[in-house]
Design a protein around this ligand. Structure first.
Ligand code: F0G
Length: 432
């Protein structure tokens, strides 16, 4: 009822590279004319009623309707149109913002929050985009969904495809993806095909499948980007529409930075905010082709990626052009951090009582570097995106704590009850 009274901004599907208009009827992911990635362009019409829209959003937060309880579909007027009965939702997107006390101290900054995208149904940010991609795929009658993945996309696709009654097929690297992510994917019933290559090789295979037979749900699919742009809207809404100075996030295939940048840009074009935050994209040092492209201004040159943050072990990011455009539009930056810095930062996020998976901690490691370099001021209002839950990679955490790293927290192995009591006394004494 409320939504019917709202003016609807129009979204037009175009090629993000040659600008050719595309039909939304098919399952297209790549441009008919040049093979580039497609994007929905928002026509921010004059007369968008900002005050009314904010009211509607507030009303929806009090509603018990399933679509209103989703942090993605609450913004449905800003997404490609879909009749409500076709929506496949797991109540994604209602994610918390936390004060980052230890994280701020570690990075020598004062106003730092974590936005925990790992607090989603499948425990990563992918659910924001997957609900939109799978809903549209099912609505047009697709029976098969496919993706290449370092683990999180696969778990998310598998869950939503299961809800939609679709068959999901995943191509994953046969080594180096976390057991928890694989276990999730298997549990939700997806067919897992492990290839003797890395993520980049898996995505190459996906690019060549017939898009009429398979719904490709990697972030090359513009519907994924539309869903993930609501991360920006949720952040703004939860911050009373106050704009942070910086939003920092890890970059792998570069869909998420493209999406979040788009979300802020559109919120600005619609008049929901009066400026956009600066984006900082952080890569792992040996998986950082985007840093080089950003610094040189040249086309991205793929690399063979290596990092223990397996989620972002990507050497040929598909969405680099889109992401670069968003970073530049926001006066942002792209930097690299070492695997050691990621490991240490991940442990610090844990000490805040929050936790995240390794790749997510690149955001805190990045903040520390940016403060050191004087690019982020100690008083800047900073939001660190935590892209995946701590339990996504417990093997990594266990190995860290068994080692000798700065924040390692070793298990005390005591022989018998007397040793145990002695040890408890000692701990009590230390605690004062
Ligand atoms: N953080 C986590 C936890 C991820 O899983 C990913 C990507 C990223 C950050 C990077 O996001 O690719 O949009 O730049 N994971 C993908 C996957 C590649 O298959 O799960 P991006």
């Amino acid at each position: 009822m409320i939504s019917a009274a709202l003016p609807l901004p129009r979204l037009q599907l175009r090629c993000s590279e040659c600008a050719a208009a595309q039909s939304e009827q098919g399952a297209a992911v790549f441009c008919d004319a040049c093979g580039g990635l497609l994007a929905f362009e928002l026509d921010a019409q004059v007369g968008f009623d900002v005050a009314r829209y904010r009211e509607v959003l507030a009303e929806r937060r009090r509603s018990n309707e399933v679509v209103d309880r989703s942090g993605v579909w609450r913004f449905r007027e800003l997404l490609p149109a879909l009749v409500q009965e076709k929506i496949v939702t797991l109540r994604e997107g209602e994610v918390p913002l936390y004060d980052a006390r230890r994280g701020a101290e570690y990075a020598n900054a004062r106003r730092v929050r974590y936005m925990h995208l790992g607090m989603n149904p499948t425990a990563s940010f992918k659910d924001f985009g997957m609900t939109v991609a799978i809903s549209h795929a099912r609505a047009r009658g697709a029976r098969l969904a496919i993706c290449a993945s370092t683990g999180n996309t696969s778990a998310s696709m598998a869950a939503y495809a299961a809800r939609a009654g679709m068959t999901a097929i995943v191509l994953v690297p046969d080594r180096g993806i976390s057991e928890a992510k694989l276990a999730q994917t298997l549990d939700y019933g997806a067919k897992v095909v492990a290839i003797g290559g890395d993520f980049d090789a898996a995505l190459e295979i996906v690019r060549t499948v017939d898009a009429k037979r398979f719904a490709i749900v990697n972030s090359v699919n513009p519907l994924r980007i539309e869903g993930q742009k609501t991360i920006a809207l949720i952040l703004l809404e939860a911050s009373g529409w106050r704009v942070p100075d910086w939003v920092i996030l890890p970059g792998g295939n570069l869909g998420n930075s493209s999406a979040i940048g788009k979300g802020f840009r559109e919120a600005h074009a619609l008049g929901l905010i009066d400026r956009i935050p600066r984006l900082a994209v952080v890569q792992a040092a040996l998986a950082a082709p985007f840093v080089r492209a950003f610094e040189t201004g040249m086309d991205l040159v793929p690399v063979h990626a290596e990092t223990t943050a397996t989620a972002i072990k990507i050497g040929a990011p598909a969405s680099w052009r889109k992401s670069l455009a968003e970073v530049r539009a926001s006066d942002g930056i792209v930097i690299a951090v070492s695997d050691e810095a990621i490991a240490e930062s991940r442990a610090v996020v844990g000490l805040d009582g929050i936790g995240c998976e390794p790749a997510s901690a690149a955001s805190l490691a990045g903040l520390r570097v940016l403060v050191e370099r004087g690019i982020v001021a100690p008083d800047d209002d900073v939001v660190l995106m935590l892209t995946g839950h701590m339990l996504k990679d417990t093997a990594y955490a266990a190995a860290y704590h068994a080692g000798a790293a700065p924040f390692a927290n070793a298990i005390a192995r005591v022989g018998n009850a007397n040793d145990a009591r002695r040890h408890l006394d000692e701990l009590a004494r230390k605690a004062g």
